[in-house]
Design a protein around this ligand. Structure first.
Ligand SMILES: [Fe+2]
Ligand SMILES: [Fe+2]
Length: 234
């Protein structure tokens, strides 16, 4: 299945430029590294350079931003304005999910009390979110079909974030030492910079069972997730 459809009508290179301000300023930009205009990481300054940002805090930062951006869409009707908010949101939904799959869940699987179930649920949820995001890309921004797809992504994402925060993230905090959390935070931040705007990123769905099997059967946490090989099973 190829769900890697981008949002051509609203892509930054096609008339909907991404702004670069910090979300703390109230603008629509997504959390990223300072040089790309993202936020200062929570309580830790520049997490990319210092490595002092706990990955669970960085994930929460993104979640907060997602909620605010979806809320911002409620106040808009003009397609150009909707696209300006939606495109960076859609991009980061894709990047965030893949960053978690590449960096966070492999380590949760090794340490959490209920990690396998939490991971299976999360990957399935990520697929639901991706499906909504990519479905929206097929329709004119602001159309009924687009609004339905965005709502699908929003509902899936809201449900998923609550579960992830109360289950996977909580589980990981109880079992991962601070050094690992900071190291993964550094990698998470770097991943977001490297793939800002979902560039050079495969954003297609992955099979949850195949993902868990591959992670538990190989060197979990070695940074080589092998999502490409998982996709080839489809
Ligand atoms: Fe998340
Ligand atoms: Fe997630």
């Amino acid at each position: 299945m190829n769900t890697s459809v981008r949002l051509p009508d609203a892509a930054p290179d096609h008339g909907h430029p991404r702004k670069g301000e910090n979300p703390a300023s109230g603008r629509a930009d997504h959390p990223a590294a300072p040089e790309t205009g993202g936020p200062v990481f929570s309580g830790a300054g520049d997490g990319v350079e210092t490595g002092m940002a706990d990955i669970t805090s960085l994930i929460l930062d993104d979640h907060d931003w997602f909620r605010r951006q979806f809320a911002q869409l409620d106040d808009l009707t003009d397609p150009a304005e909707l696209a300006e908010v939606w495109q960076p949101l859609a991009d980061l939904l894709d990047v965030h999910a893949r960053a978690e799959e590449e960096i966070f869940y492999p380590h949760l699987l090794r340490r959490g009390d209920d990690a396998k179930e939490e991971t299976l649920d999360a990957i399935g949820d990520h697929n639901d979110i991706r499906d909504g995001v990519h479905e929206a890309a097929l329709h004119p921004v602001g159309s009924t079909a687009w609004l339905d797809a965005v709502r699908k992504a929003r509902m899936a994402n809201s449900e998923h974030m609550a579960e992830e925060e109360d289950e996977g993230l909580a589980d990981f905090r109880r079992h991962a030492d601070p050094g690992l959390r900071e190291e993964l935070g550094r990698r998470f931040a770097e991943f977001k910079v490297a793939h800002e705007g979902a560039r050079d990123l495969d954003v297609s769905d992955i099979d949850p069972e195949g993902y868990v099997e591959a992670e538990l059967g190989t060197g979990v946490g070695d940074g080589s997730l092998g999502i490409g090989s998982l996709k080839e099973r489809d």
